[in-house]
Write a protein that binds this ligand. Structure first.
Ligand code: HEC
Length: 198
């Protein structure tokens, strides 16, 4: 179960799964590439800050320990809401997607699907990536509940600014446009380290 998550990549750009979608064509270029911090201590710190942010952080839906709590922000009227137990990746929708995937599964990993969801939020994921995934699975389990906003909270811009300042203070070299990626890869790393590995 933890297999998908054991591989921590130490480079600064994570080349994406979705490479596989283009393997039939001559150039196998990844269509998604997210930047991540090489410094794991800093990634953990930033990830925890985003997860635990007062008001709007991930915890407001996922609970401070990664399990759904009574007091979530989720809209109780929306049926079939499908909240994940963040401690157990085998319970995630991305796991169901990967099981239906009939191609080269070493190229399309659950981790990549989940990370891209955190980065994009379900609405953009469903629009941009679901159609691509659909071609490679014989299944309709390709959409995510749009309540899952990932890092796209009301405070996204404010968070991005404060994280930029933090990175500068820590003398990390980064491009301004990479900050959103760094937020997503850091908070995902925090989940892997704090919930899954426990
Ligand atoms: C407003 C509520 C809400 C917020 C805020 C939220 N999530 Fe989610 N999240 C959900 C729901 C609902 C699902 C289940 C989606 C599905 O399976 O269709 C989910 C699923 C997930 C999953 C499992 C996805 C998979 O691979 O199947 C991860 C990982 C996750 N969220 C991480 C995060 C992180 C990290 C944040 C903060 C940066 C966050 N979530 C913020 C509601 C939320």
């Amino acid at each position: 179960m933890l297999r998908f998550f054991e591989k921590k990549i130490y480079v600064s750009a994570v080349a994406f799964v979705f490479t596989v979608l283009f393997l039939n064509q001559s150039a196998a270029k990844p269509i998604k590439e997210y930047v991540e911090l090489e410094r794991e201590d800093l990634a953990l710190l930033i990830g925890e800050k985003i997860y635990k942010q007062p008001g709007d952080g991930c915890w407001s839906c996922h609970g401070s320990t990664g399990i759904k709590t009574e007091t979530t922000n989720l809209d109780k009227d929306i049926k079939n809401k499908n909240i994940a137990d963040l401690r157990n990746p085998a319970s995630w929708t991305s796991f169901k997607i990967i099981q239906k995937y009939s191609g080269n599964s070493t190229m399309l990993s659950q981790r990549d699907i989940s990370l891209s969801l955190v980065r994009l939020g379900a609405e953009d994921w469903n629009n941009e990536l679901a159609p691509l995934i659909r071609e490679y699975t014989g299944s309709n389990i390709i959409f995510f509940d749009e309540q899952m906003i990932g890092i796209h909270s009301k405070l996204l811009k404010k968070n991005a600014r404060s994280i930029s300042r933090k990175l500068k203070r820590e003398k990390v070299k980064f491009k301004a446009r990479d900050v959103i990626d760094i937020m997503a890869t850091s908070v995902f790393y925090y989940i892997e380290e704090s919930f899954i590995k426990k």
